[in-house]
Design a protein around this ligand. Structure first.
Ligand code: KG4
Ligand code: ZN
Length: 400
């Protein structure tokens, strides 16, 4: 390849991403933030399922057990040797501190031993960046900014206005690179700023799904199962009162609906059925939806459908209200709950009332390392490397 061709078609930047913020040990290799060469996710569902939620100490131990084989598998699946990687990216926070520490410490050691730069990524920015990765994978134009980002996961629920900030790179480019328009654009790769305009004051939306599912004996994590069962119920059967927010009306509250579900279970005699279902789930963790359906009354299905509809409408109404006051050109729906089928259907049905809506594919909405490796790419290009002193930060803010 001669020099001009090299400058116009720069070699892909191969970033290994590592994600250990909660209960998934994940590693992925993504090329130039746009092509997934490999993505491995080891779920700890079997470990935490027994306890109905994530147990931090167990998560930490499981990450320690899984991190080496998961990273090795990601590099192997990408068909690479470790020295061929250009950088190591890792989730710095937010998340469980012990869990984050496993990933960060391993990433630091790997970067140090390979003499490669380390890039620290905010987990929530990773979720948001999954939209850009999806559009690259589909070979579509990048969505227009500013974007309204709805982040809905098991740990977070917030609405942010995401802007692209173009920054000059700190790495010194060669004369050849500078003189090529293609590489100049690449070297001025964007970074992002996020301004939070609404957030939950108590539970996250995913947490509400998980807690309601646990209450009804559906196991952990409850979101995906609840999503499937709710399709068989009447979403208008149970009317829940809407949470009234004092102050910022774009804030959320999901603890009230969880308590309302508990009260409904008690007053409508659904407790025994829930306990029996929980025992059945424990004995048959592999049971499919058809089997679960045969252990679920129509009253419970109606309750699930009504709960799901209320949460989804709440998310939708807040986004509609936010686009009234915020000047945005796109809407990004990200995080584990963005996999919810009703949520996707309702947002898609709003064409015309919202700017274009973007979702990553389901495998990129729940926790994964491809989103971390992809989000690291603009930082890599801008020379924004993490120092060896970088600490795990359980409460790392999105809008710092
Ligand atoms: O983003 P994520 O994988 O982890 C966190 O960063 O928290 O989100 C996990 C959350 C869990 O609460 C899970 O129940 C929820 O996402 N979830 C869903 C669905 N799939 C995952 N909630 C509703 N419907 C789904 N289909
Ligand atoms: Zn997440």
């Amino acid at each position: 390849m001669d020099n001009i061709e090299k400058a116009l078609n720069p070699a892909p930047v191969r970033i290994l991403g590592i994600e250990t913020s909660c209960d998934e040990t994940a590693a992925a290799v993504v090329e130039s933030g746009a092509r997934i060469a490999s993505s491995v996710v080891a779920s700890q569902m079997a470990t935490h399922g027994k306890y109905g939620g994530v147990v931090p100490e167990l998560a930490c131990r499981e990450h320690l057990r899984a991190i080496v084989p998961v990273v090795r598998e990601a590099v192997e699946q990408a068909g690479l040797q470790y020295p061929q990687l250009d950088a190591i990216a890792v989730t710095q926070g937010p998340g469980l501190v012990g869990a984050l520490l496993v990933g960060l410490t391993y990433a630091k050691s790997l970067a140090l031993s390979l003499d490669k730069p380390l890039v620290a990524v905010n987990h929530l920015e990773g979720h948001i960046y999954a939209v850009l990765l999806e559009e690259h994978l589909q070979q579509r134009e990048e969505p227009e900014f500013p974007a309204l980002s709805l982040v809905v996961s098991g740990g977070h629920t917030l609405i942010a206005v995401t802007k692209k900030v173009t920054q000059k790179v700190t790495r010194k480019a060669t004369q050849q690179e500078i003189s090529s328009p293609a590489t100049e654009a690449r070297l001025l790769a964007p970074l992002f700023s996020h301004r939070i305009v609404g957030r939950t004051r108590d539970d996250a939306a995913g947490e509400a799904f998980d807690k309601v599912a646990k209450l009804l004996g559906l196991g952990y994590p409850g979101g995906p199962v609840l999503d499937q069962l709710a399709r068989h119920g009447n979403p208008d059967a149970v009317a829940f009162t809407k949470a009234k927010m004092k102050g910022n009306s774009l804030d959320f509250s999901f603890s009230g609906i969880k308590t309302a579900v508990l009260r409904y279970v008690q007053t409508h005699g659904l407790g025994t059925e829930s306990a029996e279902r929980a025992a059945f789930r424990k004995q048959h963790p592999e049971a499919g939806i058809t089997e679960l359906l045969s252990h679920t009354s129509s009253k419970t299905l109606d309750l699930l459908a009504s709960f799901q509809k209320t949460v989804v409408e709440e998310l939708l109404q807040h986004c509609l209200a936010a686009v009234e006051t915020e000047d945005v050109n796109s809407v990004f729906i990200v995080g584990g709950v963005a996999a919810n089928s009703l949520l996707r259907e309702r947002f898609r049905g709003l064409a015309g009332r919202l700017p274009p809506v973007f979702f990553p594919r389901p495998g990129l909405t729940t926790d994964n390392a491809a989103m971390i490796a992809a989000a690291a790419f603009p930082k890599f290009q801008a020379g924004r490397f993490a120092s060896w002193e970088t600490q795990a930060d359980a409460r790392l803010a999105l809008d710092q």
